[in-house]
Design a protein around this ligand. Structure first.
Ligand code: ADP
Length: 422
């Protein structure tokens, strides 16, 4: 018979020990302790309900992810000439997270084609073993429960490939009301309410949030659902309050929550954490739209069907916008932009390449270009001569090994949800 209280306190003790070891730089010890904490959490969950509840599983995943990240940091010196496992911030970090996300699709080819590196696939395998939906780390700065706006990224709408209708909608609903309040007032047009961006991953939802805040001059508080939930009981509510307080204090801010379904899942299950957290979120969102200043919520998800319906009602979320895969022109734009400075001595047929990459999301196209650079660099390293060029055969080879990370099943699920909302 499992003593539940013991499991919780063992979990907390192990997590506390792990944090201390991590702070001291003992990553091997920290990885072990985080893993212990994750195992306690899973035992607790199975003892309570016969099968892991969603929130306990999430907490366990968080802990496991910490364990894996510590393990990676411990192994880093040995893999000095391999790819960095835990890049510090920004896009590089997001790309690492994407590799984990790709593994979630269950397509090993997608992983091997797009993201080389045995450590990365080992981490992905481990995460899959725990049936974990590993979460993207947030770009927002969270220290304890203190939230700070993301430093300006300089992303503009003109940097975003395709998505013309999405950009028009976002401008009309979020940016223009701030610039032309009289016009909106004249038509008594409601400007309240947040926006939900939904669609496959890697299509530019986060970029849109960044561009909105850049163009509207707002502070961006960018978080991931799993960051808010945290790894200890009570973290979720504490973090939510701190996030909304920080954004309110700025008075001109947008909260962008990626993986919104993690924070606002359908209620009704036995998950005590979520049954407490979702009402807190609803309360915070209601208070937020009424507070003084320019305060906007934007949320993003790949799994809109998992969202609590109360969260999707106006004025919390008043608009839902689908952010889809890039069309031919958008893929061509991305290829031209990212290949512009790659040295080569032959005319590149961008139209042909854009057709070849049909089915890829934008992040895949960017990753593809990164892969294209590798053979030339490898030749340079092998020969000791820097004067290398991209060759036509490099493109053929990389194309052969490359697989889009978005699966048809993901798109079908999105399309079914969209139809169900009509
Ligand atoms: P999402 O939030 O939809 O998962 P992101 O906005 O985080 O996707 O995109 C991840 C990366 O992919 C970006 O940093 C960028 O390099 C590239 N990317 C994605 N969508 C676009 C786009 N529409 N235009 C240009 N680059 C894009």
């Amino acid at each position: 018979m499992i003593d539940m209280e013991d499991e919780i306190s063992l979990c907390e003790q192990a997590a506390g020990r792990a944090r201390q070891l991590e702070a001291r730089g003992d990553f091997a010890g920290a990885a072990k302790a985080y893993r212990e904490a994750a195992e306690c959490m899973l035992r607790y969950a199975s003892g309570v309900q016969g099968k892991p509840s969603e929130d306990s599983k999430l907490l366990a995943e968080q802990l496991l992810k910490k364990a894996l990240s510590c393990k990676a940091r411990q192994e880093q010196p040995a893999a000095a000439d391999g790819p960095a496992l835990t890049p510090p911030v920004g896009d590089e970090k997001r790309e690492t997270d994407k590799s984990v996300q790709t593994a979630e699709t269950g397509d090993p080819a997608a992983n091997s084609g797009t993201f080389a590196g045995s450590n990365r696939s080992a981490i992905s395998r481990d995460l899959k073993h725990y049936n974990g939906a590993a979460r993207k780390a947030s770009a927002a700065s969270i220290e304890g429960s203190v939230f700070r706006p993301e430093p300006p990224t300089g992303v503009r709408f003109s940097d975003i490939a395709g998505l013309e209708e999405v950009k028009r909608q976002v401008r009309l609903k979020l940016i223009e009301p701030l610039k032309h309040p009289e016009l909106y007032k004249r038509f008594d047009k409601s400007t309240n309410g947040g926006i939900l961006l939904y669609g496959p991953p890697g299509t530019g939802k986060t970029m849109i949030a960044r561009a909105v805040t850049e163009e509207a001059g707002l502070d961006l508080f960018s978080v991931c659902g799993s960051d808010i939930i945290g790894s200890r009981f009570g973290d979720g509510e504490r973090n939510l309050r701190a996030l909304f307080d920080a954004a309110r204090a700025s008075r001109h801010a947008m909260i962008f929550c990626d993986e919104f379904e993690v924070l606002a899942p359908k209620r009704g299950g036995r998950s005590t954490v979520m049954n407490r957290l979702v009402p807190e979120l609803l309360m915070q969102m209601d208070g937020f739209v009424k507070a003084e200043g320019t305060l906007i919520v934007m949320a993003a998800t790949n799994r809109p069907w998992d969202l609590d319906t109360a969260v999707l009602r106006p004025p919390r979320i008043s608009h839902r916008i689908y952010v889809g895969l890039p069309d031919f022109e958008a893929r061509k734009f991305l290829l031209m932009h990212h290949l512009e400075k790659v040295p080569r001595q032959f005319p590149l047929d961008y139209d042909w390449l854009a057709v070849e990459l049909e089915g890829c999301n934008c992040a895949d196209v960017v990753a593809f270009v990164e892969m294209l650079k590798e053979p030339s660099i490898q030749r340079g390293l092998n020969t000791g001569r820097d004067e290398q060029y991209l060759l036509p055969e490099d493109i053929d080879e990389v194309l052969e090994a490359f697989h889009p990370s978005v699966q048809a099943a993901d798109l079908e699920a999105l399309s079914r949800w969209e139809a169900s909302q009509a």
